[in-house]
Design a protein around this ligand. Structure first.
Ligand SMILES: [Zn+2]
Length: 349
């Protein structure tokens, strides 16, 4: 963001309505005064809080109060210091003790007020930022590059000052926008939630009204964002949680606390299924065993005489297993399959 020349500022200012112009002038002066107070308060170690008015803070500060800062514009020296020097910038300060107002240039300003040069530098830097923000606003006005925010005037929490700016159709600076963006977002969400609320059926309302305010917002937001998780009645009954059944029966998306229960249920189900599958793999009956491995067993019997003693030993153990299952016993089918596979691989079957 570049600073506008005094000429540009005047050009744009003259194209504005009287109300817009006087708002910008007043707002700029006020912002500079706040910067002045903020900087001096910081220097004195006074911590500013939101509910502390600037007037109260000013009372606690130096004897000196800033009334105005005038800028004659680049290359111009239309103002005069108390010492007679012609000035571009003129600082108008009021001394409480003397009840006197002085019009000063930078050098005399330092002498009169006895402020350290660093403090003065900070103050001037603050003023510069205020001017830059004003220029940003003027440039937006000139380029007509800003949205109409008047629909947000209904938001109570937007500061009165900014409301006035919006009302006068003066664009907000990016930093002002940043400050109230979340308020505007929340406002838009609220409108969407209201629409969703109007669309609820009487049955849904019965369930909805039984929730606390936080969960009410949760339901409306989920429906509005279409990120909700709906379950049908059969699934809900299988899960068995009364809350989930209630929500499913009126077609409301599940709350976070329901989804937790739901996920736990699915995990438990998967665990059981896995255990069952493992159990099935273990328990095998004689007929299935023969049916599955008829060919393998036949080959093994054929090769029994040419096997190494180690393999023959394993083969013998397998025979015992088969015999035991034939007599109604159970075997660990998993380890049986491992041994069988080892034998088949070793014998290249
Ligand atoms: Zn002077």
């Amino acid at each position: 963001m570049r600073a506008l020349s005094q000429r540009e500022v005047e050009d744009i200012m003259s194209s504005l309505s009287e109300d817009q112009r006087s708002y910008i002038i007043k707002h700029t002066k006020q912002s500079k005064k706040s910067k002045w107070i903020e900087t001096l308060a910081k220097k004195k170690g006074i911590v500013l809080s939101e509910n502390m008015s600037l007037e109260v803070v000013e009372d606690k500060l130096d004897e000196w109060m800033l009334v105005d800062v005038l800028d004659g514009g680049y290359g111009n020296r239309p103002y005069e210091c108390e010492c007679g020097k012609s000035l571009r910038f003129q600082y108008i300060v009021y001394h409480k003790g003397d009840d006197k107002t002085y019009k000063l240039g930078e050098t005399c300003f330092e002498h009169y007020t006895d402020l350290q040069p660093e403090v003065l530098k900070d103050i001037l830097k603050g003023f510069h930022h205020v001017d830059l923000e004003r220029d940003e606003i003027l440039l937006k006005l000139k380029q007509k590059r800003y949205p109409d925010l008047t629909k947000y005037l209904v938001i109570d929490s937007i500061p009165a000052e900014l409301k006035k700016q919006i009302q006068l159709l003066i664009p907000l600076s990016n930093s002002q926008l940043g400050n109230i963006q979340h308020l505007m977002n929340e406002h838009d969400l609220q409108i969407k939630r209201n629409e969703v609320y109007k669309g609820l059926t009487s049955q849904q309302l019965l369930v909805f009204n039984s929730l606390d305010s936080k969960e009410k917002v949760e339901v409306l937001t989920t429906i509005s964002n279409r990120t909700g998780y709906l379950v049908d009645k059969e699934d809900a009954e299988m899960i068995g949680d009364p809350g989930i059944i209630q929500f499913a029966s009126v077609h409301l998306p599940l709350l976070k606390r329901h989804i937790k229960i739901f996920k736990k249920f699915v995990e438990e189900l998967e665990r059981k299924e896995w255990e069952d599958a493992k159990e099935r793999a273990r328990a095998v009956d004689y007929a299935t065993l023969i049916e599955n491995h008829k060919y393998h067993f036949k080959k093994l019997l054929e090769l029994e005489n040419v096997m190494s003693p180690g393999l023959r030993q394993e083969c013998e153990e397998m025979k015992q297993s088969i015999k035991s299952i034939k007599n109604g016993g159970t075997i660990d089918y998993e380890s049986f399959s491992v041994i069988l596979n080892n034998l088949l691989t070793a014998l290249k079957i």
